[in-house]
Design a binder for this molecule. Structure first.
Ligand code: PLP
Length: 456
């Protein structure tokens, strides 16, 4: 096809939007290891999981066999309010870089939550409502997940209790207010409203909190309140499943113009956007139909794939969640305070960890000043002000495009632009003032995290 005929934005018709999510685990010959009960170290049962999560979501969590899972009509209706998201040809960036590479990005920032997280939030809220629950609890770090969930809960008239990492609660008051505007209650974590919060405050007075700690509080609040369940915005199999809508739309849009990607790139915090973006393409690779290069990009200051251990670990600091086998820095790992770019979770999706361990996906770590350089370069030519998280993918997409400039290869690069960065202006300010520095933990810095791994 004549490249000129490819529009800046490839949209799908509503009728072309996916009607089912794609479950990549069904196509994996080697399945991820099962979640384990943290007390008995035996595989968790549906009954055990259903005490924490909504029953339908617990089923999805354990479903290794169904290739497609239908998206309920009500969720598809909600998706239509902000989807399909555009697949954009980055013509202006290509021109700026003077690269023969063709660059596309799937933009997920076109909703109030500002990220892809709404794709799973609406599904999780829907199943909670179906089950007749009163409400859900969750944690949020930077606030995107809490915002997405509060939007989803208000749509289904569910109560939403958010435990927000204290440092973000204080530094991002506007995120907090967005959540409250949608009717959520927001508690800074660690708090004195839970046993685990009180325990952590006693052991670490003055702590500014962590995601793992906020998860523990949210889980405790869910299991100790009648009619509530806990929901999580990343890492879990069910979240990757819901996020497959990103990859399915991307694939449908590329297919429409007969475009074959060579490289697919995404940032990786807990792995949900990357997993969702690559799933349908990974399925083709797993079935031996096609080959693609997949690259996960993570911060050098929180390098779970590139420097972590592939081991069973706790998902939370309070050690109440099931154990997952994943690439992890240990649930005791706390990222450096100087790290501004999100993606600070200690572990990685079990599905992505397994695919990475099996050599089906690559991973790279990048330093934050290089990430903000890429973010700025992108904003100036493509217009969108990217989230720092998303900018990790931009960094590597630019690096790959510059390699093509050297070699003359006309590779087709697709990356996930997960969201916008309007609430991250403190980090941008630091960068613009030349006050941002890089921090790469030494092996000694990482050791205490590894020491916190459970002895199996
Ligand atoms: C949460 C978030 C991420 C990282 O989460 P994943 O589960 O790894 O996708 C990336 N980008 C944005 C904008 C986010 O809000």
């Amino acid at each position: 096809m004549n490249q000129k005929e490819i529009p800046y934005k490839i949209y799908l018709e509503e009728s072309e939007m996916p009607k089912s999510w794609y479950n990549v685990r069904a196509d994996m010959k080697e399945k991820p290891e099962p979640l384990l009960n943290p007390g008995t170290h035996k595989p968790v049962t549906l009954a055990e999981l259903s005490g924490i999560f909504c029953e339908e979501l617990a089923k999805q969590e354990l479903n290794d066999t169904d290739v497609y899972i239908e998206i309920p009509e009500e969720i598809r209706k909600f998706y239509k309010m902000y989807r399909p998201s555009p697949l954009v040809r980055a013509y202006c960036l290509e021109e700026k870089l003077q690269t023969p590479a063709k660059i596309y990005y799937k933009f997920e920032g076109n909703n109030t939550s500002g990220s892809h997280k709404l794709n799973s939030a609406i599904a999780q809220a829907y199943y909670a409502k179906q089950q007749g629950l009163k409400g859900v609890t969750t944690e949020t770090g930077a606030g995107q997940w809490g915002t997405a969930l509060s939007m989803a809960c208000s749509y289904f008239d569910l109560d939403c209790k958010v435990y927000m990492v204290k440092v973000s609660y204080e530094q991002k008051p506007f995120r907090r207010e967005v959540m409250r505007t949608y009717g959520a209650s927001v508690t800074p974590s660690p708090s004195d409203t839970t046993d685990v919060g009180r325990q952590i405050l006693k052991e670490h007075p003055g702590t500014t909190g962590s995601l793992g700690c906020a998860i523990s509080e949210a889980v405790e609040a869910a299991v100790s309140t009648e009619g509530y369940r806990y929901v999580l915005g990343s890492v879990l199999n069910q979240v990757l499943l819901h996020q497959s809508v990103i990859g399915l739309e991307t694939k449908a849009a590329l297919d429409k113009y007969g475009i074959e990607p060579d490289v697919i790139i995404g940032c990786a915090g807990g792995g949900s956007n990357l997993g969702g973006l690559i799933s349908p393409f990974m399925g083709e690779k797993l079935r031996g139909e096609k080959d693609y290069q997949f690259i996960a990009v993570e911060p050098a200051s929180c390098p779970s794939l590139t420097r972590g251990k592939f081991a069973y670990d706790f998902c939370d600091t309070g050690r109440v969640c099931p154990l997952a086998k994943m690439y992890t820095l240990g649930s005791g790992f706390i990222p450096s305070a100087n790290h501004a770019g999100g993606l600070r979770y200690h572990g990685m999706s079990g599905v992505l960890s397994k695919l990475y361990d099996d050599g089906l996906m690559e991973a790279r770590s990048v330093e934050q000043t290089a990430v903000f350089e890429a973010a700025t370069q992108f904003a100036r030519v493509e217009g969108i002000l990217p989230a720092p998280e998303s900018s990790h993918a931009i960094r590597v997409a630019i690096d790959e495009a510059l390699k093509c400039k050297e070699t003359g290869e006309e590779k087709t690069i697709v990356f996930g632009l997960t969201g916008t960065g309007y609430f991250d202006m403190v980090a941008y300010e630091k960068f613009n003032n030349g006050e941002m520095s890089d921090y790469i933990p030494t092996d000694e810095d990482l050791q205490p995290g590894f020491d916190s791994l459970p002895k199996m």
